[in-house]
Design a protein around this ligand. Structure first.
Ligand SMILES: C[S@@+](CC[C@H](N)C(=O)[O-])C[C@H]1O[C@@H](n2cnc3c(N)ncnc32)[C@H](O)[C@@H]1O
Length: 215
């Protein structure tokens, strides 16, 4: 086990996300979470678990979840959510680029709406690669840079202020390329637009899929 090297403290964002994240569930986010977690089994690590919105969507075939969350208020809400779950879910403090777990100790990793926010995306993906066993899966649900150049330019402009409003979230990251550059092989990806509220326009383009750590 390694100690987390950095703290994340976004109390205002955490309060807002606790509301808007829950509200988005009824607008289609719940279906995205069902889809990204469908068929998972064994030991799973989820990075940046937030309030634990994924917890209700894990299938019964998952035997244990380690949910890493650095932000104190979000971690408290996730801990409360975990106690209501019939699954074995352990919520721990930590950051994505220094995961407090051993090499190859998980069958799968889950990144949902978090690779936009981590300060070091390549570092976070390198850590996921380290802790997922060879042959294991990375499930991802992320908002990403648009494929249309005009919209991508709009996102780059939005990123002047977006991270200040969204707890460090960036709207214009090319996360699919970063997943591949980390060494994962993308097996399935679907692109779609999701705008649960008018303010979410810059983060409309999403990807949802499965990548695998090669054996
Ligand atoms: C938009 S929220 C998404 C929460 C959750 N994954 C979900 O699907 O609802 C972004 C999350 O990333 C977390 N986060 C920010 N920086 C992080 C870091 N360095 N390591 C791990 N998580 C981080 C935040 O605390 C927050 O929980």
């Amino acid at each position: 086990m390694r100690e987390a090297s950095t703290k994340v403290h976004h109390p205002v964002f955490a309060r807002i996300y606790a509301r808007v994240g829950a509200a988005a569930e009824g607008k289609g986010a719940a279906e995205h979470r069902d889809e990204v977690l469908d068929g998972l089994s064994g030991r799973v690590i989820e990075v940046g678990a937030g309030t634990g919105l994924n917890f209700r969507h894990y299938p019964e075939t998952v035997t244990h979840v380690v949910a890493v969350e650095p932000e104190p208020l979000l971690r408290k809400l996730a801990t409360d959510e975990a106690t209501c779950s019939p699954l074995s879910i352990e919520v721990v403090e930590g950051v994505a680029d220094t995961l407090p777990v051993d090499d190859g100790s998980f069958d799968a990793g889950v990144a949902s709406l978090v690779l936009c926010s981590v300060p070091d995306q390549a570092g976070a993906l390198a850590e996921l690669f380290r802790v997922i066993r060879p042959g294991g899966e990375l499930r991802f649900l992320e908002h990403v840079r648009a494929t249309s150049p005009g919209f991508a330019r709009f996102q780059r402009a939005a990123d002047i202020v977006w991270p200040l409003l969204g707890g460090g979230c960036h709207s214009s990251r090319d996360t699919l390329t970063a997943i591949e550059e980390a060494g994962f092989v993308v097996e399935r990806v679907c692109r779609f637009s999701f705008v649960p509220c008018v303010f979410a326009k810059p983060v409309a383009p999403h990807i949802l899929g499965v990548a695998r750590r090669p054996t």
